[in-house]
Design a protein around this ligand. Structure first.
Ligand code: SPD
Length: 345
């Protein structure tokens, strides 16, 4: 009983006197996050400060998360949704309103990430980490990678069977659209035919379509060229210095991943405590030092490790075209699914 009181006081202090103060802070928090995206020391610190026990499950794509929440049996309190999927989750009623600006610590969010296009008033979500999508090359095997997405989509003959692509249609199509100079979420069947032709021609070179295990595959030399997010690329280079992230001349896909609370959450108050905790610059930096993705919280940079501060993968050239994919309309998703189904046959 005494422990519970101590925890309650700690939680009250942690929450400040904001509108989301929980009646209690003991109990559980079930987090569902991307693979390699939750720092163990951050979880330990949160558990110690709040007395809340965290359980973590992981997924590899927004599509997997969407399917899981739609199945209705998820039972998670925190999920991390990418910018292009937040409006879809909100529209489907899968995430609840959290009124981000009312959560203590909201002011710590970097001004450029407040009120973003995908959730104007941060009604449903607050930023976690952001990054860009392009590809990595192992220069032990590909001596002169150049600076074009052509290497990924039309690889040389000797790289046959040595290319890795993500396992999610939204991510594969978005980068193909950048390469082909198209706007994202194409609804024009003729343009999607071009995307399909490109991916079908690339397919014999592709060893695997899988968004998990990339650090191992590229780090070990199992694949030579791999579609990649820049933070995972930085972590891969730490394992194998021959692996380099390419900022292609055609541009990159940009995204922000956001914390949100499923409608089916058992403990939304504990979820908001976690969000508050993650909006503290020191905690967000601790997370970034693990994930190697840039934090959306102002002041986090002060706490970055040198490996994070100096990572070339995070130095997105100022003049590079960075295309933030919006939430695709259903018509575009249907076309993508058709292209994907054909590709995976
Ligand atoms: N290791 C997982 C990193 C998660 C990156 N999220 C990417 C979202 C892109 N749409």
């Amino acid at each position: 009983m005494q422990t519970k009181i101590v925890i309650s006081l700690a939680a009250a202090a942690l929450m400040g006197c904001g509108a989301v103060a929980p009646a209690h802070a003991a109990g559980d928090l079930f987090i569902y996050n991307w693979t390699d995206y939750t720092a163990p020391d951050v979880i330990k610190k949160f558990e110690k400060e709040t007395g809340i026990k965290v359980t973590l499950d992981t997924y590899d794509s927004n599509e997997t998360l969407l399917a899981k929440l739609k199945s209705g049996s998820a039972g998670y309190d925190i999920v991390v949704v990418s910018s292009d999927f937040v409006p879809i989750f909100a529209k489907e009623g899968l995430i609840q309103k959290i009124d981000g600006p009312k959560i203590p610590g909201y002011d710590n969010i970097d001004a450029k990430w407040k009120s973003p296009a995908w959730d104007k008033d941060n009604e449903y979500s607050v930023p976690y980490d952001w990054g860009v999508t392009a590809f990595t090359v192992n220069t032990k095997f590909v001596k002169d990678p150049g600076d074009s997405l052509k290497l990924l989509f039309s690889p040389p003959e000797d790289a046959k069977g040595k290319v890795g692509m993500f396992g999610a249609p939204s991510e594969v199509m978005a980068l193909a659209e950048v390469y082909l100079g198209m706007t994202p979420c194409q609804t024009d069947p003729a343009n999607m035919k071009k995307v399909s032709d490109l991916l079908e021609a690339q397919a014999p070179s592709v060893k695997v379509y899988n968004s998990d295990g990339i650090i191992d595959r590229q780090g070990s030399g199992e694949t030579w060229i791999h579609q990649a997010w820049n933070g995972d690329a930085a972590r891969t280079r730490a394992v194998n210095p021959d692996v380099h992230f390419i900022f292609p001349k055609e541009g990159v896909v940009g995204w922000m991943d956001n914390m949100a609370v499923p409608t089916s959450a058992k403990d939304p108050d504990n979820a908001k405590l976690f969000i508050k905790f993650m909006m503290q610059p020191e905690n967000s930096a601790m997370s970034s030092n693990f994930t190697h993705y840039a934090s959306g919280i102002a002041g986090a940079e002060k706490f970055y490790d040198p490996a994070m501060k100096d990572a070339p993968e995070l130095k997105v050239p100022a003049d590079l075209k960075m295309q933030f994919t919006p939430a695709c309309p259903e018509a575009a998703t249907k076309l993508m699914d058709r292209v994907w189904t054909k590709l995976k046959k």
